[in-house]
Design a protein around this ligand. Sequence first.
Ligand code: CA
Length: 231
Amino acid sequence: MKPLVLLVEDEAALVTLLRYNLEREGFRLVDARDGEEALVLAKEERPDLVLLDWMLPLMSGLEVCRQLRRAPETRDVPIIMLTARGEEADKVRGLDSGADDYITKPFSPAELVARMRAVLRRAQPALANETLQFDDLEMDLAAHRVRRGLRDVHLGPTEFRLLRYLMQHPGRVFSREQLLDAVWGRDVYVEPRTVDVHIRRLRKALNNDDESDLIRTVRSAGYALDRGQAA
Ligand code: CA
């Protein structure tokens, strides 16, 4: 199911641009041109994410944000504020009013999409009783256990999160920066080379001598979970 995004923005050109880019990235979009309409649509459509412009007619984005947080139906929806203001104080006010993240105009669609994915990931409900599978790998998220075939695989916490992320997106190639962002978090400063160290540990834990390597190294691009690599 494609995530549904409510875009609250009064600038028609930006709505058109974002609609084109977000739909291409696999999101569905509904849009509102002012705060009143946004509050109605949020309750009706139950979006997975709200992109909320700060400067809106009738009611400010900040006030819309507060009201979304107050209503039981929309209390937990992730909100990213879009704004032309760059001042630190405004950022703090935005986050205080309940926004999850904040992006300053002008921004690139790619940057926005990366922020949206990060916010959606954090908002994912607890994955109790869920199992991820790939090839002969199985990850029990509730029990925090990994098996390859019949064998238990013991992983450190970082390797576990790294593998979980790769298993959630099998076959996709991620750069070191994307993996850092997804596994370590945006706000942590870690050298991209650190990813290589943890990938090495993960490989060592996953692959016995007679087993195929499930992690593919893509030269100058990054890593993917993939089938059929020679041991
Ligand atoms: Ca505006």
